[in-house]
Design a protein around this ligand. Structure first.
Ligand code: HEM
Length: 178
């Protein structure tokens, strides 16, 4: 949201999000392993969106392969932690709508791509968020376990911490650009 945001900053931020989402979504997919089809996980992966934006900003397969990937992933040992982690990734789509409008205004007339990552599900962001919440609430009710709920909440907290750690590192790197 920084008024001084340059195209270079924006691209660098997307590169950092790619380095975070790529390994994390792979881990999430393996932990979910087809469980909870009502989550519609396959419709929610953000990696294809980040790839589209990065290619629009000049990346190709060779340069994408050189991007650093987060190895300090949140500990997702099971389904509850996976749900907590997914909650954070899905929640981020809400702010994405505000960021999208800001970027469209900010980069008016500049070839910055279609901002498909921050656009996420477009008109469907609200319904997708509500559907996610309902699936999470139903699963918690079915499990009827305080431990399950505590592990889900810890999964979300660990994901926020991992995001902050990785993006703080990214911000330090990007200060090299300004
Ligand atoms: C309407 C509600 C929301 C608004 C207006 C909002 C706004 C924002 C803004 C402006 C940023 C960018 C900050 C930056 O670049 O420095 C951001 C990032 C983020 N938000 Fe939110 N947010 C909302 C809801 C949520 C919820 C519910 C969650 C999670 C449960 C969440 C998770 C995140 C995460 C993980 C990031 C960092 C990654 C990213 O940029 O996508 N947000 N949010």
């Amino acid at each position: 949201m920084d008024p001084g945001l340059t195209l270079e900053h924006y691209r660098h931020h997307l590169e950092a999000l790619y380095g975070f989402y790529a390994p994390l979504e792979a881990l999430l997919a393996s932990r979910l392993g087809g469980l909870l089809p009502e989550l519609r996980a396959e419709e929610r992966w953000k990696l294809p969106l980040l790839l589209k934006d990065l290619r629009d900003l000049g990346h190709d397969s060779a340069s994408l392969a050189c991007l650093s990937r987060n190895t300090a992933l949140p500990p997702i040992s099971g389904l509850p932690e996976a749900l907590g982690c997914f909650y954070v990734l899905e929640g981020a789509t809400l702010g994405g709508q505000l960021i999208l409008r800001h970027l469209q205004r900010h980069f008016t007339g500049i070839p910055a791509g279609d901002f498909v990552f921050f656009r996420a599900y477009g008109e469907e962001v609200g319904p997708m968020w509500r559907a996610f919440g309902e699936a999470l609430t139903r699963t918690s009710a079915e499990e009827a376990s305080e431990l399950f709920d505590a592990r889900t909440i810890q999964g979300a907290k660990d994901t926020f911490d991992a995001f902050e750690h990785w993006l703080r590192q990214e911000a330090e790197d990007s200060s090299a650009y300004s």
